[in-house]
Each structure stands twice: as C-alpha cells, then as structure tokens.
Design a binder for this molecule. Structure first.
Ligand code: SAM
Ligand code: SF4
Length: 328
C-alpha cells in the first residue's frame, strides 16, 4: 500500500497523456502557449502501462486520464484497453473537453472506460468560443450526448467559475440536472500559471476569482439541498435541486481545503510523479523507465513527498507548469 506521511492512503493515479490540446482555455493555457513538450519526451503507451502496473501492485485501484487533451493522443484506445485489464484497477475514467468525443465515446466504452468528466464552462456558443479560443459548443454538446448514449455514466460536467464571465450562468448550468442525471460541478479558479492578462474580451485578474460561498449566493433561488456524495465524486460537496435526477457539486481548493482526504498521485506526460497539484515538487521516473530500476520505490518516494496540504493561502503558488501540463 502507498501510505503518505500523514496516514493518507494513495489509491488514485491521474495520468496526463499529453500537454497538447486542441483548445486554449484562458484559465489553463495562455494564447501564446510557447513550445509543446517534444514528442520524444512524452511517455509511450508501454511506459504508461508499466507505471500503472507498478501502482496497481501497490494498491492503486483508480486511474484517470487527463492532459492537455487526452483524446488528441492517437493511441488513446490502446492505452485505455491495456489499463482496464490490469489486475486491481477497478475504475478507469477520463477528463476531456469533448471536442473529439462524439465519435470516440462508444469505442472508449468498448475499450473499458467506465465514466467521463467533461469541461463545460458556458451554454452560450459565442462565450464558449471566447473562453476556449477555438472551441465549438455544438461539438462538445454532441460529445456529452454521445457519452451518455455509450453508458459512460455518471457524466460529470466541470465548470470553472470565472467572475465577469460565467458566474451569471450558474443557475442555467445547475438546471441541466433537472433534465439529465448529470453531475454539474462548479470549481473555484485556481491560480496555476494563469496570472497574466487574458485579453480584452475576458475579465481582468481582479474580477476572476469567485468563492464557493459566492457561487451558493448566485444559486440561492434554486433551494439546493445537501445530498449524499457518490463514489468517484472526489472532493465535491454535493447538493440537489429538489426532485432533480442529477446533482450540483462545489469544488473549493482555496476556500474549503480538501487536502485532508487527498488520495491522489499525478504522473505528468513527460514522466514525473507529482504528489500535489498545487506544489511544484516532482520526481522523474524517466531514468528508471529507460534503464531499469525500482519503479515501486519511486512511487513510494513520491508519496513520501506529499505535503499535508497546499499553501495557496500563504501565496505559495505553483509556477513551474501550466495546468495543461499537470492535468488538473
Ligand atoms: N482537456 C481536458 C479538459 O479540459 O477537461 C483535460 C485537462 S484540463 C487541464 C482538466 C480540468 O482542469 C478541466 O476540467 C479544466 O476545466 C480544469 N482547469 C484547468 N485550469 C484550471 C484552473 N486554473 N482552475 C481550475 N480548474 C482548472
Ligand atoms: Fe485544453 Fe482542457 Fe486546458 Fe481547456 S482546460 S486548454 S481543454 S487542457
């Protein structure tokens, strides 16, 4: 078992498959994104499987693929198929912008993917394009419907709440749960590599952050009732519009820490284990993957580096990577 110095059991590995993305969401990637990682620096499918097998032998039972955009990886179906067959892995999921999902949802389900999280910040096609820079709302929407049809349930929709951009849409997004058994989760904007100006068409730094308490105020008219969370809902605090089949969740990395129950370890696309999303400490496993060595010992070493909690309240922000390079 992987147990960290604070007694938390680490059972969840998030694997970033690539830093590349077909979108440029303003809070995640600057428009001038700079260089992608060289292709030869990305872990191969074989290397990813080796890490997952080592992690599974140490008690990891849940794997999520992320990125960048995991669906731009040409070997995504091969990777999902092989990971889903590893002994001990019970839950394989993926986070996507869904731009490529319409045609891939069923093949992903057939490959062994269990469920999916989809990023959706607005229901307005023009605003969707503005925040994602290149996105097409109808493609993402069709991707969500295709995921539902393929049985990739429960579908979770992740909305990063940005003041001056989509805070006024929270009731409309929450109301999706009246018609669909989806789980809409509102996420506080995290200060990871996005402190710069986002351009004239988007809010300035001073307006962007919206606390979970404020989100609740925007939703007051919906009379949300607290409800049981469900397996796989991670750190979200969960509510329901009375009678709705879906739920409304809130994820508050800043306002309401969930570090005490954190069970995650992250693997970056270039082969570094990262013990905390919000701290820059990493351990490279490249050497061991290339030349042999004790992968399990490195996994335990990374877990030993897990901090008790992040230090955003002390203004210690991660600076080495953008969110798209870590995977959220
Ligand atoms: N491309 C995929 C997607 O957009 O779903 C997966 C990668 S993306 C980095 C993973 C998640 O991180 C998305 O739900 C995205 O909205 C979220 N995210 C990115 N930057 C964020 C930020 N600064 N604060 C909070 N969430 C963020
Ligand atoms: Fe790409 Fe996802 Fe980041 Fe948007 S949030 S730029 S879709 S990685």
């Amino acid at each position: 078992m992987l147990i960290d110095p604070f007694g938390r059991s680490i059972t969840y590995l998030r694997i970033s498959l690539t830093d590349r993305c077909n979108l440029r969401c303003a809070y995640c990637m600057p428009l001038s994104v700079g260089q992608w990682l060289p292709r030869e620096d990305l872990l191969t499918a074989d290397e990813i499987i080796r890490v997952a097998e080592a992690a599974a032998s140490l008690g990891v039972s849940k794997i999520r693929f992320t990125g960048g955009e995991p669906l731009v990886r040409p070997d995504i179906l091969e990777i999902v198929t092989r990971i889903a067959k590893i002994d001990g892995i019970q839950d394989v999921s993926l986070t996507t912008n869904a731009m490529l999902l319409e045609n891939m949802a069923q093949p992903l389900a057939d490959a062994g993917l269990k469920r999916i999280n989809i990023s959706l910040d607005t229901l307005n096609a023009e605003k969707f394009q503005r925040i994602t820079r290149f996105g097409d709302f109808s493609r993402t929407w069709n991707g969500i419907l295709a995921a539902e049809k393929a049985g990739l349930m429960p579908i979770k929709l992740n909305t990063v709440v940005v003041g001056g951009f989509n805070a006024d849409e929270l009731p409309a997004l929450a109301n999706l749960t009246l018609e669909h058994p989806w789980h809409v989760r509102f996420i506080e904007l995290m200060p990871v590599g996005n402190q710069q100006d986002w351009g004239d068409d988007l809010p300035s730094g001073a307006e962007r952050y919206v606390s979970v308490q404020k989100m609740h105020a925007y939703l007051a008219q919906l009379n949300l009732e607290p409800t049981e969370t469900f397996p796989g809902n991670g750190p979200a605090r969960t509510f329901r519009i009375p009678g709705a089949p879906g739920t409304v969740g809130f994820i508050s990395p800043l306002g309401e820490h969930f570090c005490e129950s954190c069970n995650r370890l992250r693997l970056t696309a270039d082969g570094r284990l990262r013990a905390c999303l919000l701290m820059d400490r990493e351990i490279s496993i490249r050497e061991v993957l290339l030349n042999g060595g004790d992968l399990k010992a490195l996994l335990q070493q990374a877990v030993d580096q897990k901090p008790q909690g992040h230090e955003l309240d002390l203004h210690h922000y991660p600076e080495a990577r953008r969110m798209s390079q870590i995977g959220g």
